[in-house]
Design a binder for this molecule. Sequence first.
Ligand SMILES: [Zn+2]
Ligand SMILES: [Zn+2]
Length: 101
Amino acid sequence: MGDFVKNMDGTSGRKCVCTTGTKTWLAHWERGTGMTLPDKCCAKGCGNVVEVGAHVREDDGDKRTPWIIPFCQYHNKRPSSESIELKWGVTLCGAAKVDCS
Ligand SMILES: [Zn+2]
Ligand SMILES: [Zn+2]
């Protein structure tokens, strides 16, 4: 079973403050994980292409910690009350200011 996350509300104003590279959350995810972006959305069973780095929190654990996950627009727009199961083995990237490099 994959991890479950929920979208975070009110994150549209949050900006990546990395000092190098593109200031998008998808580029931030690549920098932070050292991985290449997946082609497809990280939500389980979703075949849509990756469009955004979505701000999510984990269903388990510290719910205040923001993470970035590559999602399609459909999954980026799920209400924050809805649990979204992730594909197995996908990697979350920290999205707090201290996670910007
Ligand atoms: Zn999706
Ligand atoms: Zn950043």
